[in-house]
Design a protein around this ligand. Structure first.
Ligand code: NAI
Ligand code: MG
Length: 365
């Protein structure tokens, strides 16, 4: 059997810096755990524009369609701000998401004990927190027609339309149930079925998919506004939350910040299963290219490293190896190692990007 394949797109700014640490970790798994990937690498974003006049070449797009998983760093930077809209670095990322049809956006909110003081919530509310928000990413009110600003009489009217087909709801529900089976078998679906027809249909379809295919998973429903309250009151009651594009945008940002720094947050975007049963997948840190610290060795590589851990778990069925890597991160933090972004007001001496990578590799050993 051939090795699983990975396409690395490090991108711009701190992207290549944090990805360099991930590459060392990938090598470690090859050398020590018999887990060898066929890794290819290419350009995306501003660096691709510099080299090819486009933020994503057709060849890179084709490669992304054929590999088992894509691992992306970050794109963008002030150097590219004046470019035409069509060739901006972000267009490269948007093209990947669109052409791979990545409809399920996974945003974990996980609290490492050593960082629990970082949260704006009380320590015991967040310590040990580990939840996953699944946000529908390719439909809903951000895409529905009609849309626009029209004139009615002598008033302007802004219009957006929330629209979901049952197949769009069913496929993201399946992604959530599949995830739940790899976690704690629990899904909470959030909508506003009390005031929105699209929410009524959402609840019906999620219930139907559950009845037909996933009765082993525990399903509950919650109105999204109540969900927001519960997320801040008692977030540990949740495991997997599935919700639409708009509510997911808000709830995933809210949940992520329960646990602290942007430099810690991984994400995944999943699409339909491929012929080998694995979903199309793109893994990336939530943060951007951080031009203010790029090139200084200050970036926290953990968000990108945890994105690779998600790839191990959700694309390659290596939950044990993912847990091994997450544990190494946890141990390093428990030892008190901090990159600059994790320094509290009391200060201290931060480690560099490679210093953090070294420490995580040492824990893996
Ligand atoms: P950003 O996430 O790049 O940075 C926000 C703040 O967080 C900065 O102060 C930065 O230094 C800090 N930060 C981010 N990641 C960090 C890490 N790993 N370690 C330590 N500190 C970290 O967002 P910003 O400044 O709004 O955007 C900068 C550029 O990145 C823009 O060109 C933007 O378009 C692009 N961007 C790209 C994204 C992507 O590739 N997915 C996502 C967000 C922004
Ligand atoms: Mg957002």
């Amino acid at each position: 059997m051939s090795n699983p394949s990975l396409l690395i797109l490090a991108g711009d700014g701190i992207g290549p810096e944090v990805m360099a640490e991930v590459k060392r970790i990938i090598d470690w798994f090859g050398a020590n755990r018999g887990l060898t990937f066929d890794v290819s690498e290419n350009l995306v974003g501003g660096c691709a524009y510099d080299a090819h006049g486009t933020p994503l070449t057709d060849a890179t797009m084709a490669k992304a369609q054929e590999v088992d998983a894509v691992l992306l760093g970050a794109v963008g930077g002030p150097k590219y701000d004046s470019l035409d809209f069509g060739v901006k670095p972000e267009r490269g990322l948007l093209r990947l998401r669109k052409e791979m049809d990545l409809y399920a956006n996974l945003r974990p909110a996980q609290c490492f004990d050593a960082l629990a003081d970082f949260s704006s919530l009380k320590k015991d509310v967040v310590a040990g927190l580990d939840i996953m928000i699944v946000r529908e990413l390719t439909s809903g009110v951000y895409f529905g027609e009609p849309r626009g600003i029209v004139k009615e009489g002598n008033e302007r009217v802004g219009i957006n339309t929330q629209r979901y087909t049952e197949s769009e709801i069913a496929r993201v529900a399946r992604s959530a149930f599949e995830l739940a089976r790899r976690r704690n078998n629990k899904v909470c679906s959030m909508e506003k079925a009390n005031v929105m027809e699209s929410g009524v249909l959402w609840r019906e379809v999620v219930t139907e998919v559950h009845q037909a295919e996933y009765q082993d998973v525990q399903l509950s429903h919650m109105y999204a506004d109540a969900g927001a309250m519960q997320l801040t009151r008692a977030p540990k009651q949740f495991d997997v939350i599935v919700t639409d594009n708009l509510f997911g945008d808000l709830l995933s940002d809210l949940a992520a910040m329960l646990t602290g720094s942007l430099g810690m947050l991984p994400s995944a975007s999943l699409g339909a299963p491929m012929a080998n049963g694995r979903p199309k997948a793109l893994y990336e840190p939530v943060h951007g290219s951080a031009p203010d610290i790029a090139g200084q060795g200050k970036a926290n590589p953990i968000a990108c490293i945890l994105s690779f851990a998600m790839a191990l778990r959700y694309s390659f069925d290596k939950g044990d190896e993912a847990a091994r890597l997450e544990r190494a991160v946890e141990d390093v933090l428990a030892d008190g190692l901090r990159t600059a972004d994790l320094m509290g007001p009391e200060g201290g001496s931060p480690v560099s990007t490679t210093g953090m990578g070294d420490a995580i590799l040492a824990k893996l050993d």
